[in-house]
Design a protein around this ligand. Sequence first.
Ligand SMILES: Nc1ncnc2c1ncn2[C@@H]1O[C@H](COP(=O)(O)OP(=O)(O)OP(=O)(O)O)[C@@H](O)[C@H]1O
Length: 260
Amino acid sequence: MTPAIALRGAGLAYGSRVLWRGLDLEVRAGEFLAVLGANGTGKSSLLRVLLGLQRLTEGTVEIEGRAPRRGDLVGYVPQRLEVSPLTPLRARDVVRLGVDGHRWGFGRARGAVRARVEDALRAVGAEPYADVPLRLLSGGERQRVRVAQALASDPRILLCDEPLLSLDPGSQATVAGLIDERRRARDTAVVFVTHEIEPILGLADRVLYLAGGRFRIGAPDDVLTSPVLSDLYGTPVEVVRAGDHIAVVGAPPLRAEGAA
Ligand SMILES: Nc1ncnc2c1ncn2[C@@H]1O[C@H](COP(=O)(O)OP(=O)(O)OP(=O)(O)O)[C@@H](O)[C@H]1O
């Protein structure tokens, strides 16, 4: 079966600075891949490659067997929804923007569009505030709306770039749970970039951990260990686990230039 995402011998550098190279990774439909690592290790750049916004400097990338391109195969959830204090947009309007006009048409298919929007709002539990102006919603409510927008086109692949940032722990768990529910219900492949490990620890099938030009891929329990991360960073790093809590202690800041 064609993987949802296939990277082969993939590398990305900005000038002489190598973010990562030799990345061989297949993500299958319905798989949840968490992408972890320090600031500046190239996590967002990886998403840009998958969105077709950034060219690899070596190797190849395919989305369902083809070069990345614009369209409704891929949904995207950014860090946060920036909202102008002047915008009249309501949650419902934002979700409507996520429904592909070409696929659903204008005029003739208005009923279908409306149903799509309602489904997406319901999926994230945003119906109670669907008609409230966005600027009046809390951070967690806005992020649910943003997830609804990304889900509205029923993408085969969902790319999430730190969607939990600046949410409280309860909202983090809710937003991560919504994305997890969708991938289970529709076999959506999920690539989830996050600094918050705990909310996705029980959800991720695999982890891609980036550190200063090097990386490890594997099941969370295999990658998030003191020996593996110490080896990856090249210095002693402690992974402390207590119940559902986990902390990576002693990871050094990013080196000035990359290259493993
Ligand atoms: N177009 C570009 N040209 C040159 N350098 C870039 C470009 N885009 C990103 N960078 C640099 O590449 C590095 C990786 O950026 P990226 O945003 O992918 O990292 P990240 O792992 O997502 O970081 P963070 O966790 O801080 O969001 C950063 O140091 C950034 O400044």
